[in-house]
Design a binder for this molecule. Sequence first.
Ligand code: 5GP
Ligand code: ZN
Length: 115
Amino acid sequence: MNTDPDCIFCKIVAGQIPAKKAYEDAELLAFHDIHPWAPVHVLIIPKLHLASLAEAGPEHEALLGRMLALAPRLMRELGVNDGFRSVINTGPNGGQEVYHLHMHVMGGPRPWARG
Ligand code: 5GP
Ligand code: ZN
């Protein structure tokens, strides 16, 4: 599996940096954002290192589908019943800060800190 030793999210996958995990399987990891915008704010990532959505190709279609399909299940499990926001920031103009593909999934009662 492709990993980047300098990538902060690869370090979370490897257990080298702690994170509050919400879900894990062979391909995916979900953990709570360290600076949440909403009462519930998780990041869903593939365990393999893919820098951004711009790097995704046809070989990643199933993985991307699994990331998206995990969002409603996770929100249900975390008690979010009134809707949620899913965001993937891509590249400098997309506001991406961490270059390991991740989907923000945010929910819970408003007002939110951001978003
Ligand atoms: P981006 O702007 O790249 O879409 O979002 C990166 C997100 O990763 C930010 O919301 C930031 O709070 C979160 N983040 C950055 N470093 C860490 C970390 O070490 N642990 C956790 N749990 N979240 C992080
Ligand atoms: Zn990575």
